[in-house]
Write a protein that binds this ligand. Structure first.
Ligand SMILES: Nc1ncnc2c1ncn2[C@@H]1O[C@H](COP(=O)(O)OP(=O)(O)OP(=O)(O)O)[C@@H](O)[C@H]1O
Length: 231
């Protein structure tokens, strides 16, 4: 599969907040600092932009973008993504058998279906949310910094899991993050976004090894600083 965003423009009154185009074969990371336009891009693809923003989107894919059908979303913070007073089983949009199948795929016990979200750890919750997103069997999975709220161990588990699931299930992957260090083994292609524009894009290995833009070099330097700090 492949996905091409031919043009996405988002405006607030007279101001253009975002103007991008990008294309990828299987997995794409959109990397940029806070305020660069990562969340707006995802919201536009999901059809969830706030009403005060105007947007135009043209794309090319073998599927039509329909939230909850061809396209699913994993948000940043698993702690606020679910209703706290509703049992997990009721929060799946898929039938029970499929919920069970995807829980097993993310290495969670099917007994979790009978629990409330507050009974799970952060890492378990994020795996649950990934199972929920995948249970609609999307063609495109959008991830918004899915490991930000997690500890280091859960972070690694979740990233490895996403990579394995993509191989098994075959969905296209669009991953947004400010941390270039997290995408090396997950996304084949990457775009660097700054002030609502993609300033550099290409194969991940090529960008990591030979960045052209000064801004990309800076991001790389800070990403690796953070990583060596963590190690
Ligand atoms: N509803 C809105 N009205 C006006 N401006 C907005 C609105 N939503 C976002 N913006 C602006 O659009 C720009 C991009 O925002 P966006 O949320 O996409 O950033 P981001 O890259 O996801 O940042 P972060 O990593 O902090 O989530 C920012 O300058 C933001 O202030």
């Amino acid at each position: 599969m492949s996905f091409t965003c031919k043009e996405l423009v988002i405006q607030h009154k007279a101001k253009t907040l975002l103007h991008v185009s990008f294309s990828f074969a299987r997995s794409f990371a959109l990397i940029g600092e806070s305020g660069s336009g990562k969340s707006l891009t995802l919201k536009a693809l999901l059809g969830m932009l706030p009403h005060e923003l105007k947007s135009t989107l043209s794309y090319n894919a073998s599927y039509e973008l329909k939230r909850g059908e061809s396209i699913a979303f994993v948000p940043q913070n698993p702690f606020t993504a679910l209703s706290p007073l509703t049992k997990i089983e009721k929060q799946f949009m898929a039938p029970l058998e499929r919920a069970q199948k995807y829980l097993r795929m993310v290495n969670l016990d099917v007994d979790f279906l009978d629990r409330f979200p507050s009974e799970l750890s952060g890492g378990q919750l994020q795996r649950l949310i990934i199972a929920m997103a995948l249970s609609i069997e999307p063609r495109l999975l959008l991830l918004d910094e899915p490991t930000t709220a997690l500890d280091e161990e859960s972070k690694t588990t979740v990233l490895e899991l996403i990579a394995t699931l993509q191989k098994e299930c075959g969905f296209d992957l669009l991953f947004v993050t400010h941390d270039i260090g997290t995408i090396e083994h997950l996304c084949d292609e990457v775009g660097i976004i700054k002030n609502g524009k993609i300033i550099e894009s290409g194969l991940t290995q090529q960008i990591l090894n030979d960045p052209k833009e000064a801004y990309t070099k800076q991001l790389l330097a800070s990403g690796f600083r953070q990583r060596s700090f963590r190690e």
